[in-house]
Design a protein around this ligand. Structure first.
Ligand SMILES: [Zn+2]
Length: 248
């Protein structure tokens, strides 16, 4: 599903458009000229990735042209399909050092997969597929996708090692927010070891200081213009020492 000249939504579950696995995050495809990149993968249950690849073909694009997989954070609904994607396509993976470590080792406790599975988010026999990660991204690092430039911002709070990306060089300026911020200024708090409210507030202030048009979150509604409004709403609550409403 094409959103703009630069961005398609090619996956997402019940907190999205219902076009891949039920628990999947939004999976975005970035395009510029002949270059394609994916942002996040969904959970990667059997058949899920094939649905995502079929969605890409249905949009008239060839998935074998995807060379880069860019990850926002290590929660399983965002990275679970990475190993299978890497086995099927010739992609290099870009992620924060902590997300890279999780994908290399499959450390379930580090990424709260143990508790999320016990809580019923994933099948009891679900295991995270592991794979190499070629590129570790830190604050200010950039990734090029054709004429698009993604700049990484370290935005912990929802989880450690969470990255957001500002995307320039396209039809408009985008903020890929992962699970940092959602429509209406909501956030995502969970009772997991690395959900940290003070860090969340600092991260929101970091993103509030950026200029961008479209907000591309990891779940729920997408804003193609005035996206910063949603971030300002959340930042205002944090500034008065409150905590914005959580989507969960
Ligand atoms: Zn998450």
């Amino acid at each position: 599903m094409q959103l703009t000249p630069d961005v398609h939504v090619v996956g997402g579950g019940r907190l999205g458009f219902g076009i891949s696995g039920v628990g999947d995050c939004h999976v975005y495809l970035l395009r510029s000229g002949d270059d394609l990149a994916l942002v996040d993968t969904g959970i990667g249950l059997p058949g899920d990735l094939d649905r995502i690849l079929a969605n890409i073909r249905a949009d008239g694009l060839d998935p074998t042209r995807i060379r880069k997989l860019i990850l926002t954070h290590y929660h399983t609904d965002h990275i679970g399909g990475a190993a299978e994607l890497k086995a099927k396509l010739d992609v290099e993976i870009y992620a924060s050092p902590l997300t890279a470590q999780a994908l290399r080792t499959g450390d379930e406790r580090a990424i709260s997969l143990d508790v999320a599975r016990a809580a019923g988010f994933y099948p009891l026999d679900y295991k995270l597929g592991t794979c190499p990660v070629e590129h570790e991204l830190r604050q200010g690092d950039t990734v090029e996708v054709g004429g698009l430039t993604l700049t990484a911002y370290e935005t912990p709070g929802h989880s450690d090692g969470h990255l957001s990306f500002r995307v320039t060089g396209g039809d408009r300026v985008y903020l890929i927010g992962g699970d940092l911020v959602f429509w209406g200024g909501r956030i995502s708090l969970q009772t997991i070891h690395d959900c940290r409210i003070p860090e969340y507030a600092t991260s929101m202030a970091t993103i509030e200081a950026l200029e961008f048009d479209a907000l591309l979150p990891g779940h729920l509604q997408i804003a193609l213009s005035d996206g910063r409004w949603h971030v300002v709403k959340a930042a205002e609550v944090f500034r008065t020492l409150g905590v914005p409403l959580s989507i969960w």
